[in-house]
Design a protein around this ligand. Structure first.
Ligand code: DMJ
Length: 629
């Protein structure tokens, strides 16, 4: 049996006429032939001169030119070294056995990547540009449905063609969508939304009743502040010329936040009440007297930035008092109960989770610290300490693996540390991988952070957990019949299992790992998983996150798009076709489509080392970072 030729020998016979050697005799023959053909021309003295120059030039070329044969190329490289003199100049005898000019030699692996590198790069870039355009088209479709049937209402009911005020009646979809339209370069929508804000929002603010402090801050104040920055407000950047003057956004945000401040000033402790009546700037606690821990601690990015651009410190002072107060409260490994009392200032109950009412407490510990320049401005390091301690608590107390296939998930402690562990994970928890990755590298790529030796052991642990949890969050989509995640999933563990409640996609490897109970099967078009895919892609540069995002986007297109305009929530993601609810949440435009668009964009569009996204995906500049751009 003959041995196959080693790779280097096969490569010598590379057959490409472009690179083939022409012998010296061939060159002379060809010159004489040319001379014969051109005899007439030779009769003129210019012609003779040109032929002489040609022959002389060719001779010089043969003497001086060396083929760029890379080292390690077997026989050919040896030929070249023996042909060279000590000082590297070629000998005359190289004429007769000079190596053919070969293309650069590549190992089989390199061949796979490099030979098609540019081509693949161009192909892949145009693929993502096209997919990004699909997301933009989806946003336009969502906006046009809202504009046609619900302009000025908080949300669109896309099936019944109505608007509904589920958030107090401040036109929340307009403001939530505005900065997404700016980022996507959709000038017509920016003009529409901007002129609605200028013409109607202040009046609504002065007339409306009840609003929730947290929802109004993250969606409306946050949206206005981002629109202010992205339209050139504080001189940072200007992505649009459309809409009103940026000052309109700032003044509207101030008018609204001045009223929201009553939630702080009416409370006997630094913990604000949950609700505000806008028209008379009064505030009161929720019926049970309690505020959500995540709600009172998810106002500070917005209030700090408003203080910065307005020059009025009162917003920042009130907001930061909450975090300074929570710093003093007892915690177990940094984890906190999901309720807090504005009356006593203490946590209430023992329920611990990173889903609803707990989630963005952990997110803002990190992001407020990042916003303040990660310790470069003022003394905010206590926030980072609280964040790191809490993440250690998450790893120690809440992270487990499913059976049979070992998906890593974050469960809950509904009765506190001494009570039983529940393998329940809200879709809301899928914000966590993005936050963990951001916290580990502070927005730079993993490659650079590792090269510059910037990651501690704990950062690496958090990054690893981020990658594992992002996978789990993606599988919460892939395991269902529609390819869309349920609102809540349970994980099959040694202690917990429940038959007959799988996601419906029997070809998923994880169909027995993830349990979806009948009451948890709805999908509200939520953003958390695509948010984490975006952050993980920016940080790891692993294209799988983009592919997963595209798969999720396609499922939204297939099952939630409403022909007459808009997208709708679903009742049950495990059955096809899914029964549709009649509601398009504002965060579908404010967050879900924005994160998908950014997932498919270049990394210099809203870079993670210059902006933090508030919990509603409104980008806010990091203090001091814009100056270095
Ligand atoms: C959004 O309003 C915010 O992301 C909030 O922090 C959690 N819930 C929704 C989206 O799911």
């Amino acid at each position: 049996m003959s041995n196959p030729l080693p790779y280097s020998m096969k490569d010598v016979h590379y057959d490409n006429a472009k690179f083939r050697h022409r012998s010296f005799s061939k060159v002379i023959n060809q010159a004489l032939l040319t001379r014969k053909i051109k005899r007439d021309c030779l009769s003129c003295s210019t012609g003779k001169f040109l032929v002489l120059v040609l022959v002389f030039g060719l001779g010089c070329l043969m003497l001086t030119h060396t083929s760029p044969v890379p080292s390690g190329s077997g026989g050919l490289a040896n030929d070249r070294t023996t042909d060279n003199t000590d000082d590297g100049s070629p000998r005359f005898n190289r004429f007769w056995r000079r190596a053919p000019r070969l293309p650069p030699r590549l190992s089989p692996d390199e061949k796979g990547t490099q030979s098609g590198l540019n081509h693949d790069h161009v192909n892949s870039r145009s693929k993502w540009i096209a997919r990004q355009q699909n997301v933009k088209d989806a946003f336009v479709h969502a906006w046009l449905g809202y504009k046609k049937y619900a302009m000025g209402s908080d949300e669109l009911m896309p099936l019944s063609h109505h608007g509904v005020d589920g958030l107090g009646g401040l036109g929340a979809t307009v403001v939530d969508a505005l900065d997404t339209a700016i980022i996507m370069g959709l000038d017509d929508i920016v003009a529409d939304a901007g002129s609605w804000v200028e013409g109607h929002l202040s009046e609504k603010i002065s007339q409306k009743g009840h609003v929730n402090l947290f929802e109004t801050t993250i969606r409306v104040v946050g949206g206005l502040l981002s629109a202010y920055h992205l339209s050139g407000g504080d001189g940072g950047m200007r992505l649009t010329n459309k809409g009103p003057k940026p000052l309109v956004y700032l003044e509207t945000a101030r008018n609204l936040t001045d009223r929201l401040l009553s939630a702080f000033t009416s409370s006997p402790t630094p913990i604000p009440y949950s609700d505000v009546v806008l028209r008379d700037s009064s505030a009161h606690p929720a019926p049970d007297g309690l505020s959500s821990t995540s709600e009172v601690s998810t106002l500070q990015l917005e209030f700090n930035y408003l203080s910065m651009i307005s020059g009025d410190k009162k917003y920042s002072i009130e907001g930061m008092k909450v975090l300074e107060h929570i710093k003093t409260l007892p915690k177990e490994q940094g984890l906190v109960p999901i309720y807090i009392s504005p009356r006593s200032g203490e946590f209430s109950g023992e329920n611990i989770r990173l889903g609803s009412r707990g989630d963005s407490y952990y997110e803002y510990l990190l992001k407020v610290w990042l916003q303040q320049g990660a310790g470069h401005h003022g003394n905010f390091s206590y926030l980072h300490d609280m964040y790191m301690e809490a993440m250690k608590g998450v790893r120690n107390l809440l992270v487990k693996k499913s059976v049979p296939n070992g998906l890593v998930f974050v469960g809950e402690l509904p009765s506190g540390f001494k009570g039983a562990f529940s393998p329940k994970m809200d879709h809301l928890v899928c914000f966590l991988p993005g936050t963990l990755a951001l916290g580990a590298t502070r927005g730079m790529t993993k490659e650079r952070a590792i090269k510059e030796n910037l990651l501690t052991f704990e950062d690496l642990e958090n990054l690893k957990l981020a990658e594992e949890l992002t996978h789990t969050c993606f599988e919460m989509y892939a395991v269902t019949s529609t390819g869309l995640a349920p609102e809540i999933a349970y994980f099959h563990t040694q202690e917990f299992s429940e038959d007959g409640h799988d996601g419906g996609n029997k070809s998923s490897k994880y169909v027995n790992d993830i349990i979806i109970k009948p009451l948890d099967r709805h999908n509200l078009l939520r953003p958390e998983t695509v948010e984490s895919l975006f952050v993980l892609y920016r940080i790891t540069e692993d294209p799988k996150y983009r592919e997963w995002g595209w798969q999720i986007f396609e499922a939204f297109e297939r099952y939630t798009k409403v022909d007459s305009g808009g997208y709708t929530s679903l009742d049950d993601v495990t059955t096809v076709p899914p029964h549709r609810r009649d509601k398009m949440e504002t965060f579908f435009l404010g967050e879900t489509l924005k994160y998908l668009y950014l997932l498919f964009s270049d990394a210099d569009l809203i870079p993670l080392d210059k902006f933090v996204f508030n919990t509603e995906a409104h980008p806010i500049p990091i203090k001091g970072a814009m100056a270095s751009s």
